[in-house]
Design a protein around this ligand. Structure first.
Ligand SMILES: Cc1cc2nc3c(=O)[nH]c(=O)nc-3n(C[C@H](O)[C@H](O)[C@H](O)COP(=O)(O)OP(=O)(O)OC[C@H]3O[C@@H](n4cnc5c(N)ncnc54)[C@H](O)[C@@H]3O)c2cc1C
Length: 490
């Protein structure tokens, strides 16, 4: 029976982050994910690497300053999938006075060292402005944008490169605490069972963290998770500039409008208490109406439900801090370490954000030092994620254009943004477009599909179209069917 130092349950951003950190410190690690990597909350986020401007209103200075510092680290470590994004906050004096916004932005500029992003500013709006005429002033500030699902895949690759076993479509179906190790049963998608041993168990099951504790480990916890649904809609681009918008609503909440995949705008999010099965979360008609009405109260262009080309929902696994309103619940994380002195420990992760995953992972593994004393030192702060070893995206793009002049530049640009320098691994030995194999449409060739299956654990059409790439937004139904038929056959 295989034996590991660490077994991580959950292949979202927190589980993969912990697996990568631990493997890089010399520990033997297995990560199991019941479905595809990142399929749950970690691919349904607003895709921001941000300090969280609005958390300042809840006095979360520690969280904001940590997240702002991580923003710099991640912009540097994953420049292909994380990019700076300039936000405009339209000023409506009856919602938040200018002095309050300026104070918040001053703190946002100064709570952590800012190297790569410009400071905030106040700008007068002139015609042609996409915003309604009563908005004559906006406040600008910068944050980061991330392809969240790709981040999970890259962190999983980082873990694998350091020796971790990554097992998607593998559920942790039973655990037993033995005297000096955990006996864990893993069940694959086909029902095959594999028993393994682990010295330490990590519960990074996101929205299922409580269920795993109660039904898997039969353990009561002092901490609780509050499930809060958040939904997004995608519409054809409503503003041709490169700005994102942060819109204040009359209920005190904010809604983002983010440039998305060149031709689209991503609009979200909502905060609705959620009681059901996290796997079945779906956007409601009320959420759609809410998002449309906030956007229509700011923009000259009017959007309707018929404009929506795609939507997605996720469940935030928030650390319950007894706040009444879902929007006020902390976005910070907490660990719970359980097990008596002579028992194998269980570390459970409550809460967290995509932005702080690396920091959370490092702190989680640090916490296990007393049980796994042979582990090495923290290392991820200066570690580039796979494919991130280039100086500028523009330089990488022109390098790709020169080296592969026979391939459409729009495809190469997408490769650069998704795979960074790993684009060369996809294209190696190819001399002409025919070498890329079957074309499914919108620049997706068999060569890329094979790469995603071989190196990024993709196994279904959905994995490829919605998580490893966002080509689902661009490919028509018959192109998607062609891919589906190919995947079924292969
Ligand atoms: C609407 C919304 C917007 C957000 N926006 C942002 C944002 O802009 N920026 C930001 O930083 N954060 C954002 N977040 C927060 C962020 O997405 C989450 O904090 C993060 O994704 C949680 O990751 P996780 O790994 O804990 O959970 P998940 O990604 O849900 O991963 C947990 C995994 O555990 C697996 N699992 C559960 N039980 C088992 C088992 N028994 N065996 C094997 N696997 C199991 C599940 O299948 C799942 O894949 C947002 C969240 C939401 C919902």
């Amino acid at each position: 029976m295989d034996e590991f130092d660490l077994l991580v349950v959950g292949g979202g951003i927190n589980g993969t982050g912990i697996a990568a950190d631990a493997a890089g410190r010399g520990l033997s690690v297995l990560l199991c994910e019941q479905k595809d990597l990142g399929w749950a909350t970690s691919s349904s986020s607003s895709k921001l690497i941000h300090g969280g401007l609005r958390y300042l209103e809840h006095y979360e200075f520690r969280l904001v300053s940590h997240a702002l510092a991580e923003r710099e680290v991640l912009l540097k470590n994953a420049p292909h999938i994380i990019r700076p994004l300039r936000f405009r906050l339209p000023h409506r004096p009856h919602l938040r006075p200018a002095w309050l916004i300026r104070t918040g932005l001053f703190l946002y500029d100064h709570l952590a060292k800012r190297v790569s992003l410009p400071p905030s500013a106040r700008v007068r709006m002139h015609d042609p402005s996409p915003l309604l005429n009563d908005v004559d002033t906006c406040f600008e500030y910068s944050d980061g944008w991330v392809d969240d699902a790709r981040l999970v895949s890259l962190v999983a690759q980082q873990a694998r490169d350091k020796g971790a076993q990554i097992c998607p479509r593998t559920r942790c179906s039973a655990v037993q605490r033995q005297s000096d190790h955990w006996l864990v049963e893993l069940t694959s998608g086909t029902g095959e069972k594999r028993p393994v041993k682990a010295k330490v168990l990590v519960n990074a099951a996101g929205p299922w963290v409580g269920r795993f504790l109660q039904q898997g480990v039969h353990q009561q916890s002092q901490n609780h998770i509050r499930l809060v649904q958040g939904s997004h809609i995608v519409v054809p681009r409503i503003d041709d500039q490169s700005y994102a918008y942060i819109l204040q609503h009359t209920d005190g909440r904010i809604v983002f409008v983010i440039p998305y995949e060149q031709h689209f705008s991503l609009i979200g999010t909502t905060e609705v208490e959620y009681q059901g099965d996290p796997a079945k979360v779906q956007i409601s008609a009320a959420e759609v109406d809410y998002l449309l009405s906030v956007v229509n109260s700011y923009f000259k262009i009017k959007i309707a439900a018929t404009d929506i080309v795609h939507s997605f929902s996720g469940v935030r696994p928030l650390l319950d801090d007894n706040q009444q309103q879902a929007g006020k619940v902390t976005r910070d994380y907490r660990f719970e370490l359980s097990g008596a002195k002579d028992q194998p420990p269980l570390l459970t992760v409550f809460g967290g954000k995509i932005t702080t995953y690396r920091r959370l992972a490092q702190a989680a593994v640090n916490k296990l030092g007393e049980f796994l004393p042979a582990m090495g030192r923290p290392w991820t702060a200066a570690a580039l994620l796979p494919g991130g070893d280039f100086t500028s995206l523009a330089a990488l793009q022109s390098e790709l254009w020169q080296r592969y002049p026979w391939l459409d530049r729009s495809v190469l640009d997408r490769y650069a943004r998704q795979y960074g320098t790993l684009s060369h691994r996809i294209l190696q030995d190819c001399q002409a477009v025919e070498d890329l194999g079957e074309h499914f449409g919108q620049g997706l060739y068999r060569r890329e599909v094979d790469y995603l299956c071989q190196y990024e654990w993709a196994s279904t059409t959905e994995d490829i179209l919605w998580r490893r790439t966002k080509l689902g937004l661009h490919m028509n139904q018959s192109q998607q069917l062609q891919l589906q038929r190919f995947m079924d056959k292969e």
